[in-house]
Design a protein around this ligand. Structure first.
Ligand code: MN
Length: 205
């Protein structure tokens, strides 16, 4: 991903994650919120050609090297663009179930069982205070770890690979679930695209 950034195509329709993620939320989340991060990111880099040739991953991994006047803005909006690109890809219609292959093996190695992992990830996302994301990441020493980050911060900023993230900003669930974040999180397990997550794991192990 490079400047100027554009909204990636969705590989499924707005209503195809129903009933777990409703059509209206998908449409607004993708076409308004995500597009908004992209517009802001592009405008912040407009006057900084030296950063336009870097990939977004490189920018986020080296966020401290950005000029102070755009650093926070790029952190928020560049992180927002990166996180949402991943979010759309790790979901799919008729997803869910359990991970297979190497991903299943690594989850069991790091968290004992899929059920234990699911519980930890769900609780982490549920207990995160305010806006942010719950993450499953691959650390630099090739371990899997679960934690949450504030706002649009991304694990890339910690030198880690984000494998799976759940958006717990209210814009991700409020229209359908209002204050019931737990119900949103539990339903989200039904739309997970485990194949994409395993593919990213294999590419980075
Ligand atoms: Mn979002």
């Amino acid at each position: 991903m490079k400047y100027p950034y554009t909204l990636p195509e969705l590989s499924y329709s707005y209503d195809s994650l129903e009933p777990y993620i409703d059509k209206e939320t998908m449409e607004i989340h993708y076409s308004k919120h995500h597009q908004g991060y992209i517009n802001n990111l592009n405008s912040s880099l407009e006057k900084y050609p030296e950063f336009q040739n870097l990939s977004l991953e490189e920018i986020l991994r080296n966020i401290d090297k950005l000029p102070e006047e755009i650093r926070t803005f790029v952190r928020n909006n560049g992180g927002g663009h990166y996180n949402h690109c991943l979010f759309w890809q790790i979901m799919k219609p008729n997803g869910g179930g359990e991970p297979k292959g190497k991903l299943k093996e690594e989850i069991e190695k790091n968290f004992d069982s899929f059920e234990d992992f699911k519980k930890l990830f769900s609780e982490t996302a549920l207990k995160h205070f305010g806006s942010g994301w719950g993450w499953l990441v691959l650390t630099s020493d090739k371990k899997l770890k679960v934690y949450s980050l504030l706002n649009q911060d991304t694990p890339l900023m910690n030198g880690e690979i984000p494998l799976m993230g759940i958006d717990v900003w209210e814009h991700a669930y409020y229209l359908k679930y209002q204050n019931r974040r737990n119900e949103y999180i539990q339903n989200w397990w039904n739309v997970i695209n485990w194949d994409k997550i395993e593919q990213d794991l294999l590419e980075n192990l």
